[in-house]
Ligand binder design. Structure first.
Ligand SMILES: *Cc1c(COP(=O)(O)O)cnc(C)c1O
Length: 378
């Protein structure tokens, strides 16, 4: 008995769709299910083109190639993020410039970005933490004024919006994750969202090992050739079939997660009102997808004690991210610009509670009761 931290979503139609793929003897990528998933993302977000990839990490790699950053160029990103946000640009030889986050959303502080810009800056990478949007109007305005590109790490942001616009569709490129820990899953997988029609051809080439195979398959050319750099970023059709079952049920999954999220919020609000913990803040212009429910404790000791107490009671709660600038690779490949007021502080205080499709309100109630018990005894 116990409550897992995450359970990958499963709707029920996944195996039927996978069997269809197997019976059609077409298990490599870019079949009907991949196309349906691409189109779903395009319809949902209004982005010009979406391409399923093997991961959000590889969608970020593709975006980094498409921005044409290289050695000597600088990329601005938060330090409070997953390593893939940074790796994509490190692989191009670029230098990372980390900027502090906001204490309310844990997103990059848009007010600190401009000061970090130098004549070598090429790209800004906002990460939409917990599926809650960064302050995109401000970020896009800064990018425009300084002639910079914007790559949104929207790994956690599928179905989330900023001022009515789908996350991942606002910057030049957006990257989604369909890893099993995300709201919609294909095991391992992701998508690259491309705003500029003129970049689509090159993106398709990079995704097909640097060949123009996708044009060949469309009948535009009669043989395919190696024309650019690239790699194997195209996921198998079996994974796309699994994902399609989830995207078909996207509203149901989203509503179910939101119900859990809202129940957490309601039940923990008295503790927040009493000043014992902090709860997530959703700015008015953001519609979120309940990717994550987290609280912030007083300090690292309290966080550790609470996580242990929950674990003793069969509840798995976890923390992240070790700030990238304090990891060995972070100091090798980049620098922190300005003061680390909230990045390390958030890492030390933040605790993520169980959150997944069909977690159930009974479980949420039980978890909240345990948290209340913990604070009542302190
Ligand atoms: C999950 C995640 C990634 C990586 O996604 P994969 O699909 O596992 O490669 C990148 N960035 C952020 C912010 C994430 O949460």
């Amino acid at each position: 008995m116990g409550i897992s931290f995450n359970v990958p979503p499963y709707i029920g139609r996944e195996q039927d769709y996978i069997m269809e793929v197997i019976k059609a003897h077409k298990i490599c990528g870019d079949g009907e299910f991949t196309k349906k998933c691409n189109k779903w993302i395009e319809d949902k977000t209004g982005v010009t083109k979406a391409l399923l990839t093997t991961a959000c990490s590889t969608a970020l790699d593709m975006a980094a190639i498409l921005t044409e950053v290289g050695p000597g160029d600088e990329v601005i990103l938060p330090s409070f993020t997953f390593v893939s946000t940074a790796n994509a640009f490190v692989l191009r030889g670029a230098t990372l410039v980390f900027v502090d986050i906001r204490p309310d959303t844990q997103n990059i502080d848009e007010k600190l970005i401009e000061d970090a810009i130098t004549d070598r800056t090429k790209v800004i990478v906002p990460v939409h933490y917990a599926g809650v949007a960064c302050e995109m109007d401000t970020i896009m305005e800064i990018a425009k004024r300084h002639n910079l590109l914007v790559v949104e790490d929207a790994a956690q942001g599928v179905m989330s919006e900023y001022k009515g616009r789908g996350l991942g569709s606002i910057g030049d490129y957006g990257c989604y994750s369909f890893h099993e820990t995300k709201n919609y899953s294909m095991g391992e997988g992701g998508a690259l969202l491309i705003k500029d029609e003129a970049k689509v051809d090159r993106a398709e080439i990079i995704r097909e090992k640097g060949t123009d195979r996708s044009k060949f398959l469309k009948g535009v050319i009669d043989k395919y050739t190696w024309v650019d750099m690239g790699s194997s970023y195209l996921p198998s059709e079996m994974n796309a079939a699994y994902l399609w079952a989830q995207l078909e049920a996207a509203d149901e999954i989203n509503n179910n997660r939101l119900a859990s999220w809202n129940a957490y919020y309601e039940q923990l609000k008295p503790l927040a009102d009493a000043g014992r913990i902090e709860l997530p803040v959703i700015p008015a212009e953001c519609k979120h997808n309940a990717h994550m429910f987290y609280i912030k404790t007083k300090d690292i000791d309290e966080r550790t004690a609470l996580a242990s107490y929950l674990k003793e009671n069969g509840i798995l709660a976890v923390f992240h991210y070790v700030p990238l600038h304090s990891a060995p690779a972070g100091s090798k490949f980049g620098r922190f610009h300005g003061e680390d007021k909230y990045t390390t502080n958030t890492f030390e205080r933040l605790l993520r509670l169980p959150m997944y499709y069909e977690l159930g309100l009974d479980n949420v109630g039980m978890i909240c009761d345990k948290i209340k018990e913990f604070y009542a005894a302190r």
